[in-house]
Write a protein that binds this ligand. Sequence first.
Ligand code: COA
Length: 434
Amino acid sequence: MNWKKYYDEKISTPEQAIKDIHDGDCVVMGHAAAAPRIIQRAMAEHCEDYNDVMIFHMTTLGDNECLHPRCYGHFRHVSNFLAANSREAVNHLAGDFFPAYFKDVPEMIGDEIPCEIAAFQATPPNDEGYCSLGVSCDYALAAIRRARSVIIETNDRMPFVYGNTMIHVSQIDRIIPCSYQLPELHSAKPSEVEAAIGHFCSTLVSDGSTLQLGIGAIPNAVLNSLGEKNDLGIHSEMFSDGVADLMKKGVVNGRRKTIHKGKVVATFIMGTKELYEFVDGNEDIELYPVDYTNNPFVIAQNYRMISINSCLEVDLMGQVASESIGMRQYSGIGGQIDFVRGASIAREGKSILAMPSTAANGAISRIKPFLTPGSAVSTTRNDVNYIVTEYGIARLKGRTLKHRAEDLIRIAHPDFRPTLIEEYERRFRCKFEN
Ligand code: COA
């Protein structure tokens, strides 16, 4: 089949492409650094032509112009993971939060998440007419399979990434050739508190482990503390600069992985320009759809699987809130519980949830008698394993309520221990012994 014959017919301007979107449609948009920025801009510029168009997206790195207030009323944002640029629109004014595990998104597309339009980025086609979805694989293939119209920005600065990331030109309805630098995520140098947390987490990582690291400052600090380890592997949702640094040092080599030996496996890549250059055409890195990477039964096949994620607060029973602060939806569950459960089934697996002991410049303890009213429980007390703060490690798995409370109080900030001890003594009707 000579794909070049129909390739030219599919080339569209952004304005032509967005004419495929009709009132009442749902547009499923690419994730993180692979969000389709030209389509977002064109839609935002023409927002007044649209009524009640639902946009499903997760994090958009950089500016998503469809989230600007002038688009409210024209676009309805539905998302299961919020970030600074989408919190306001989704929580209050122009959308609704959609509680769902990241791994379930591909299966929901076309059903619970209608998908008339799929709008994504990819590389320009290779000689056989295949484009790589580049840095975000996650739910793209599911949307491309289900959509009435598939609109792809073929960005010549999108890295070519191996794995299950290929789509053929014949699957695309509108092609927008373009060239722009992917938006970057720069991580700040870990603070003293984060470095201490990173150090405690690193003591739980033995050589030959396969790691998953989540989003936020803490997973970065952990990566910085792993330089002396050997033969680590990665099976993760996200792939970041810290992992690339450990690959360059030879610490991450996947030699002892029990599935995908020698390969770093993830579903999306988010970081700096240097990271995007590092992954381009790199055969050691493979992306797969999120319903594969985040499936607990796949995760569990990794020997010494260790998941390391961050959370917002923990109550004295070990219930963990990672995505909301009271009624305020802050982010989403992503793959946290899937990796917690996968790691707990894996041979010699562990899951770690880490956080600074306080928030709001020390004014609030993140270890609390009760979660803030309205907070969603992300990881239940039955699933939780290790909790880490800058004061140490509490292993909650296999511990009674009383012992959990004692261990959590020991890793709480000293300023808040007296209040927590008071609650402990009231609850368990006995003296707290340090
Ligand atoms: N009460 C009030 N405010 C709180 C709080 C609490 N219990 N906990 C945190 N905050 C505030 C912080 O002070 C901070 O405020 P600031 O931005 O004004 O400084 C803000 O909330 C964010 O907290 P922080 O700890 O800095 O968050 P982070 O950027 O490191 O992200 C999570 C942490 C938990 C939000 C993030 O890891 C997440 O979304 N996790 C769930 C998903 C997941 O684990 N996925 C894993 C697979 S990739």
